[in-house]
Design a protein around this ligand. Structure first.
Ligand code: PLP
Length: 491
């Protein structure tokens, strides 16, 4: 069939596919450096350039491709760029990209084992590979979701089920017999935990942020007091979330101590290791998961620091049956009365979603293409680069480091003389804007105890020592420029 029929024949697919794969190969091989990391477009710019209705007839693929280059690409912030050092920087690696391509080609929906045995079995086996590599217990059952936000919400939903409050059947609203429920996490925990509480009907009041100590780790004495206060007030604590690698500073909560409190109090322990879990693949960073073997549920994201294209989140639990109790609901049309197998695992039973992408394919491809040692080597290099940057900050009089940097993220700020409070925050935010406007790097910020902090996160496979040095030069130049403007002579 021709392009005009809207259905591509093999020849056309091959031609367009080659065009795209060639472009991707060049993009990954340094072509990405020609683009500003952070898109320079204003809100609405891309939308304005798009037609208001879908085309009524098939368009020439060459025209669509040109529009991708001219209209879409300028509006892309390049997460797959060596200068991307914002948030948690990530990599869509070659093997991961091809895994995605294959998974789209097969277009499998792995809702039931029967609807594609390989999708389920590859997922379960690859998750066991990772479990072993992270030295997590044999009885951890693992499967994939899209994001850590959803993984954590599923963990908390199962914690709620484990509390035996008959919520699955009766719900929570309008029940005079159901006191308010409580979930605890450090005030450094990711916002997805609070969102999970909103979605599960606990509300923001049901989410109890626990203060942190000087190293941004959960203060466990404050946790114990908060649980006791809630019990005295007649509320029902159900779960504690410990974070391994907090979003702002990558601090690691004292998981073993939190697990002890959970055991004493009969609470579910969910561990959010979305970013730093990957570091534990290296024996020298395995300490980060100390105590995680005691977790009831545990999540880490291969799409964060394991070179797997977004989305890919690995969720583990010791309570597989409780997950099923929380989520399994099988209408007749999803049963397999004659064609099933009692050993088959239907992954739709472990969460809210029915349809499931064949995510394991890209993860499998990544693991086999890098090998665990290959992944470890790159993680060590990222950590080395971050430590070089931390050493630069520690040496540079214009800057100060504002938190420990155990992995590949460094939090720091400029400290111009005579500035404090809101003025210091404003100086740092303007500095960030100036550096990001260079287009060479993209950094992000957070708020810590002393105010605004800037963050450099290393996590892209293309990032080199020269990129980190360039980032340092840009920061120094921007500080000088802002200082000059501030000084009376510069005004
Ligand atoms: C500690 C932590 N947990 C959860 C998340 C949310 O991850 P996702 O985007 O996969 O939902 C993040 C995102 O950065 C994070 O840092």
């Amino acid at each position: 069939m021709s392009a005009n029929s809207g259905h591509w024949d093999a020849e056309l697919f091959r031609r367009e596919g080659h065009r795209m794969v060639d472009w991707i190969a060049g993009y990954l091989d340094g072509g990405n450096r020609q683009y500003p990391v952070l898109s320079r477009l204003a809100a609405g710019d891309v939308g304005r350039r798009l037609p208001k209705t879908a085309p009524a007839t098939a368009e020439d693929p060459a025209v669509v491709w040109q529009d991708f280059l001219d209209v879409v690409l300028p509006g892309v912030t390049h997460w797959n760029h060596p200068g991307f050092m914002a948030y948690f920087s990530i990599t869509g690696s070659g093997p991961g990209i091809l895994g995605e391509l294959l998974s789209a080609a097969l277009n499998v929906n792995g809702m039931l084992w029967r609807t594609s045995p390989a999708a389920t079995e590859l997922e379960l086996e690859v998750l066991q590979w990772l479990r072993r590599a992270l030295e997590l217990p044999d009885d951890f059952f693992g499967f994939l979701t899209d994001t850590a936000s959803v993984s954590s919400m599923l963990g908390l939903a199962t914690a709620r089920e484990a509390a035996d409050l008959d919520i699955r059947q009766r719900g929570m609203s309008g029940r005079s017999d159901l006191p308010a429920l409580r979930v605890y996490a450090s005030d450094q925990a990711h916002s997805s935990i609070a969102k999970g509480c909103i979605a599960l009907g606990l509300g923001l009041d049901g989410y109890r942020p626990v203060p942190h100590n000087a190293d941004y780790r959960m203060d466990t004495r404050a946790l114990t007091s908060a649980i006791a206060a809630d019990r005295r007030a007649g509320r029902i604590p159900i779960a504690v979330v410990a974070t391994v690698g907090t979003t702002s500073t990558t601090s690691v909560d004292p998981v073993r101590e939190i697990a002890r409190i959970c055991a004493d109090e009969g609470l579910w322990l969910h561990v959010d290791a979305a970013y730093a879990g990957t570091a534990a693949l290296c024996p020298e960073h395995r300490w980060a998961l100390d105590g995680c073997e005691l977790a009831d549920s545990f999540v880490f994201n291969p799409h964060k620091w394991m070179f797997t294209p977004i989305d890919c989140s690995a969720l583990y639990t010791r309570h597989r049956e409780l997950f099923r109790r929380a989520f399994s609901l099988v209408p007749e049309y999803l049963t397999t009365p004659l064609g099933g197998s009692e050993h088959a695992v239907d992954l739709m039973d472990y969460g809210v979603q029915l349809g499931r992408r064949f995510r394991a394919l890209k993860l499998w491809w990544v693991l086999r293409s890098f090998g665990l040692d290959g992944i470890r080597e790159r993680l060590r290099e990222h950590i080395r680069l971050a430590q070089c940057f931390a050493a630069f900050i520690d040496r540079a009089p214009a800057f100060e480091r504002v938190a420990p940097a155990p992995f590949s993220v460094v939090c720091f700020r400029a400290r111009p003389e005579g500035l404090a409070g809101a003025e210091l925050d404003s100086f740092n935010l303007h500095l960030l804007e100036r550096v990001n406007a260079s287009g060479e790097v993209f950094l992000s910020h957070t708020r810590l105890d002393g105010g605004i902090a800037l963050r450099v996160a290393i996590g892209n496979l293309g990032t080199t020592e020269a990129d980190v040095r360039r980032c340092q030069e840009l920061l120094l130049a921007a500080v000088c420029e802002q200082e000059t403007r501030r000084s009376p002579a510069g005004r």
